[in-house]
Design a protein around this ligand. Structure first.
Ligand code: NAD
Length: 483
């Protein structure tokens, strides 16, 4: 079986312990490949390499850094099919979505290749005639980049690209549960000609490798996407060295369907965002608040559209939904559904595993629509990370707003209305980093993405992410006589 290695100081290497883990396909539990399993020792080795490479990379002309990132993007695109197949086999998502994810990761490299050249400083008003003040931004050092299993390539790319463009060196740790496609992505960038030590990849558990990356004084920045509870632990540990942090954490996104909404459009958009990647997406539609006057019509469309989704092995080109990532995710979803039903919710469709031999060995689950939800149910308050669209009815906009904001999370929120005044009324009051009006696709490269409340700290995408890997410096210059 093929073994995926780590990348440290420009070399593909086994972990010091020579341990490995087998990665299995969630559609049929067959082995896909092995991955080297590192521990603290390997993480320390990678941090050391990144520390040594930092001064040279930080001084490299941003144009040269950008050229290398563009070449990396080309290599990722050339290998997109191979990387996408690995992604489908280790994570479960249908191949066409895996391709989209890989291409988005190449776009991240292209995007920051250009943004890196726009790191303009400022000349600020001086405090006296014979002084000048410059404000510049400089790369802050070694960045530890830690990512989860649900979008293992894309989420890594939108961290690695701005970090490298800013002039930081990187130690990347993808999820140990879905590390294969991420390894191929990192390898492609490395083979573009990035100098040894600038970009390192370590595999292993969060407990060992992740903790070393966060606790070591060598990393000056931790950029993490994952669970809110893990994020809190990282925040606590990072405080020991006052480390810079970007935290993209959990979400629990509400969608509000107003009385005047285009019901077909709202239903289609909610189906797409509640079920894509089997609901295992941080900006998934987790709660639908629908005006009572249109609730029946909306529910009927939602159920009809959900019924058309085809489930199966992600490598099958006709499939819309693959398996869930793991039995743990499926069990969590089933437990939350059981809790909702015990408290009075109704199943409109789904609610169980699909029947048939072809589903018997994978973690498949039917996309599920629930009605009559309320906030006493766990699903309306906790992250589900499963293919469920739970509906609750409301009668007035301020009630919908209160319910939507009644959450410890604040990543994304969606509103469906034909009235722009209503749209803005909601958009300005919703406690979320991204608000979609008549859309559930709120992420674009050139706009900031990140969470309010317990959904995180800092911003990804756009120029803001470049600055997350830089420190500001004020240079005050005293001039001689004669100016
Ligand atoms: P997770 O927190 O369990 O793991 C994420 C990464 O952190 C993995 O690489 C893991 O090995 C590592 N890790 C775990 N414990 C660690 C520790 N103590 N120190 C350092 N690293 C550690 O999350 P997951 O289950 O892989 O991913 C699902 C979660 O990610 C969900 O909560 C989801 O909402 C969140 N997520 C957020 C966004 C966003 O942009 N806000 C995007 C995708 C996923």
């Amino acid at each position: 079986m093929k073994r995926f290695k780590m990348l440290i100081d420009g070399k593909a290497i086994e972990s010091a312990s020579e341990k490995a883990a087998v990665i299995k396909n969630p559609a049929n539990q067959e082995p896909v490949a092995e991955v080297s399993l590192g521990d603290r020792e390997d993480a320390a080795l990678a941090l050391g390499a990144a520390e040594r490479a930092f001064p040279g990379w930080a001084r490299t002309d941003p144009k040269k850094r950008g050229d290398l990132l563009c070449r990396g993007a080309d290599l990722v695109r050339e290998r997109a099919e191979e990387i996408a197949r690995l992604l489908t086999m280790e994570q479960g998502k249908p191949l066409r979505y895996a391709r989209r994810e890989v291409l988005s990761s190449a776009e991240a490299l292209d995007y920051y290749a250009e943004e890196g050249m726009r790191n303009f400083g400022e000349i600020v008003p001086s405090s006296s005639e014979r002084t000048r003040s410059l404000v510049v931004r400089q790369p802050l050092g070694v960045a530890a980049v830690i990512s989860p299993w649900n979008y293992p390539v894309d989420l890594l790319a939108w961290k690695v690209a701005p970090a490298l463009a800013a002039g930081c060196t990187v130690v990347a740790k993808p999820s140990s549960k879905a590390p294969l496609a991420a390894t191929e992505f990192i390898r492609a960038i490395h083979e573009a000609g990035i100098p040894p030590g600038v970009l390192n990849l370590v595999h292993g558990s969060g407990r060992d490798v992740g903790s070393e990356l966060v606790e070591s004084p060598i990393s000056r920045k931790v950029s993490f996407t994952g669970n809110t509870e893990t994020g809190k632990e990282i925040m606590e540990k990072a405080s020991r060295h006052v480390k810079r942090l970007s935290l993209e954490l959990g979400g629990h996104s509400p969608a509000i369907v107003c009385e005047d909404a285009d019901i077909d459009e709202a239903a289609e958009s909610c189906v797409q965002r509640a079920f894509s990647n089997m609901g295992q997406i941080c900006i998934s539609v987790n709660r639908i608040y629908v005006h009572e006057a249109v609730a029946e019509e909306f529910a009927e469309r939602l159920v009809k559209m959900t019924g058309k989704l085809r489930i199966g092995d992600g490598l099958d080109p006709d499939v819309d939904l693959g398996p869930m990532f793991s039995e743990a995710q499926r069990k969590k979803t089933k437990d939350q559904i059981a809790d909702a039903l015990a408290k009075g919710a109704a199943v409109l469709c789904g609610g169980s595993e699909p029947e048939g031999e072809k589903y018997s060995r994978g973690f498949f689950f039917m996309p599920t629509v629930l009605d009559d939800m309320d906030h006493s149910m766990r699903m309306m308050r906790e992250e589900t990370f499963g293919p469920v669209a739970p509906m609750m009815r409301f009668s007035a906009n301020d009630e919908a707003l209160r319910l939507a904001n009644d959450s410890r999370y604040g990543l994304a929120a969606y509103v469906f209305t034909e009235n722009m005044t209503t749209a803005l009324w909601f958009a300005e009051r919703l406690e979320a980093g991204s608000v979609g009006i008549n859309t559930t696709s709120p992420i674009i490269p050139s706009a900031p993405f990140g969470g309010w409340k317990e959904s995180g700290l800092g911003r990804e995408r756009c120029r803001a992410a470049l600055y997350e890997y830089m420190e500001e410096k004020h240079i005050r210059i005293g001039l001689r006589e004669g100016i």
